[in-house]
Design a protein around this ligand. Sequence first.
Ligand code: AMP
Ligand code: TRP
Length: 333
Amino acid sequence: MEKKIFSGVQPTGNLHLGNYLGAIKNFVKLNNNKENKCVFCVVDLHAITVSQDPKELKNNIRETVATFIASGIDPKKSIIFNQSQVSAHSEAAWILSCIARMGWLNRMTQFKEKAGKDKEKASIGLYSYPILMAADILLYDSTHVPVGDDQKQHLELCRDIAQKFNNDFKVDDFFKVPEPLIQKEFSRIMSLKDGLKKMSKSELSDLSRINLTDDKDQIINKIKKAKTDPLPLPTTIDDLDKRPEAKNLIGIYASLTDSTLEKSIKEFSGKNFLEFKENLSQVLVDKIIPITVEIKKLLNEKKYLDTILLEGSKKADKIASEKVKKIHEIVGF
Ligand code: AMP
Ligand code: TRP
C-alpha cells in the first residue's frame, strides 16, 4: 500500500541530534522508499506561538530546509515547503478548532511544559498549536506521521479530531486517521547534562546538546563533558535502565551506527567511559560533520533554497486547497 507521509519541524534554530535521530533520519529513510509519497513541512506558523525575531526566523526557515537536504531528503522525491505559504493550513486550523474540545486540549502536556507556571501569559496560539498540527496532517490525507516520542499525544489528538469531524458530518473516511511512526528505540534523545531531560533547542546550556551546526572540536568537547556516572559501562539492558546518562549515550551510539542497544552494550560492556566516549565522538564526527558541512554550503545558496520552498509550496497548495474546498462543502459554506 502506498504510504502518505507528513511531518513538520519548527524553524526555531539549533536543530540538534535529537531532531536528527528522533525524526529527520527517519524522514530520509521514508523519502528513499519509492512507495511513499512524502511531504515535509517547515512549520513557521507553529514557530510564532512563542516570540520570534523576524530576521532570525527567515534565516531559520532556510536553515531547516538546508538541514533536510543535507541530511538526505531529496526535494525531487518529496515536497518540502513552509507552512505559512499555503493558506489552507490556517483555514483548516480554524474549522478544526470548532471541532476540537477544550477538554482534549487541556490534557496536552507539551502546553503545560511550555507555558510553565504563568499559563495566563501564554499565547492562544501555543494552546491551540496541536489543532494547527492536525490541520497540517489531515489536509494531505496523510497515513503515517514520523515524529519523536514527544509528539505522540498531539498525534492522538489529531486522530480524535479526524474521527469527530467524520462522525459529526457523517462523512465516513473523509479525513484519514493517521498512524504515528515513532521509532521503538531512540525516539527520545536526552540532554547530555541530564539523562532525565529531553535534548532540546530551548535548553539554556549549549553543552546539553549536539547542534547540527557544531564543528568537530565542539562535538568532541561536548561528549567529553557529557554527564556520566562513576561505574564502568553496564553489561545488561536491565542495568542500563537504572543509569539514564549511560543509556542515552549508548542509545546515541547505537542509533548512529544503525545498531541496537543490546549489541552496543555487548561492544562496550565493562569498559570505562573514557574509551567509550572516544568511540562515540568518532562516530558522531563521521556521521554529523558531513551534514554540517553540507548545511553550511547550502546556506550560501539562498536562491536555491528559496526555489525549493517556492516549488514545494505550489505542489502543497494544490493538494491542500482542494481538500479545503471539500471541507467547505461538507461544513455548509
Ligand atoms: P521540533 O524541533 O520541536 O519541531 O521537533 C521536530 C521533530 O524532532 C519532532 O518530530 C520531535 O518529536 C523530534 N524531536 C525533538 N526533540 C527530540 C529529542 N530530544 N529526541 C527525539 N526526537 C526529538
Ligand atoms: N509539533 C511538531 C513539533 O514540535 C511539529 C509539527 C507541526 C508537526 N506540524 C506537524 C509534526 C505535523 C508532524 C506532523 O515537533
